[in-house]
Design a protein around this ligand. Sequence first.
Ligand SMILES: *Cc1c(COP(=O)(O)O)cnc(C)c1O
Length: 385
Amino acid sequence: MAVPFYRHALSPDYAVRVASVLGSAFLTTGPEGARVEDLLRDFFRVPHAKLTSSWTQGAVATLLALGIGPGDEVIVPAMTFAATANVVRLVGATPVFVDSDPNTLLIDLALAAAAVTERTRAIIPVHLYGQMVDIPALRAAIPSSIRIIEDAAHCFEGSRNGRRPGQDGDAAIFSFYATKNVTCGEGGAVVTRDPNLARTLVQTVLHGMSAGAAQRFQGGTYNHWDIDRLGTKANLPDLLAVLLAPQIEQVEVQCARREALSRRYEAALAGTPFTWPALEPGVVSARHLFPIHVPDGRRDDMLRALGEARIGTTVNYRSVPTLTLYRDVPEASSLPVAQEWGEGTLSLPLFPELRIDEQDEVIETVLAQASAFWPKPALRTATGR
Ligand SMILES: *Cc1c(COP(=O)(O)O)cnc(C)c1O
């Protein structure tokens, strides 16, 4: 039986919602988006939320709003999707890569603190696979002038000690890309407690214009606008925003399903040579992905075997400074944890609609490979258990 890596849960019923937008005056950003922004403010318990066309555009708009650009440094983890570093380069600033904690794979806070220079303006901690970075601990470890922009692309539903993304950082940015826990195909959002950032973001998501479409026609007559700072084009059209509200209302139910499936994988793979990131006390993970580490240089063999068995897999992620664009950064050779994880990891199918018989097929295939690659006596040596 073939098992896909991911299957989305948007039924044809959503077509009715899209049709309602087509019947309204707003093809682009309008009242549907505003309704979703209200839901985001409630869910994350923050005063400001802005929908964006992607995580990437939301991050570019945020960096522009904070005035971060050439000459500035922004600290990012090496173990993340490349977009986390790309956005820093897109605004002309320099990403500085930091290694991960070997147990959680989250950015190592002591190494992050050690990477601070007088040019550091911001840090982008990534809530990798759905586990939040300890933002209050990060805040305490670095100078207070450094902005904390949370990459929450994996962490819509997650929390740490009851605190959600955006509640302790300067901003948290989400992705609603096709494979994310909440999706409208392409999209994102920025949430923030900072009223100045929120005000400036309204401009930087819309070319830098001082007045959005609604304000330009306020009072029935045309009002002139100005541009006094550079912006990008990052707003989300209502045609896509209309897909989000029902998912946000159902998100805890879907996440409980991800949690149950993740625990089934953990129980089935205990005692094999495979390992996975540990969750820390107080963490509720959004369980975005289920990555495992395959030891002894067998990861690519395993990818091939799973592919031949028609089981969907991906690699999340190779260490960013091993990619050609970033190969020459000075810190590239001193990121051993990200390097090792990036060479050993692969992700197994995990999504709320994954059926138990499908998951069993994945588990059986993975266990069969484990006994093929590591016959019993060697298996014990490899695990050390
Ligand atoms: C998906 C992802 C992004 C980029 O999101 P887009 O909405 O595709 O721009 C950024 N960071 C991480 C960790 C991601 O997984």
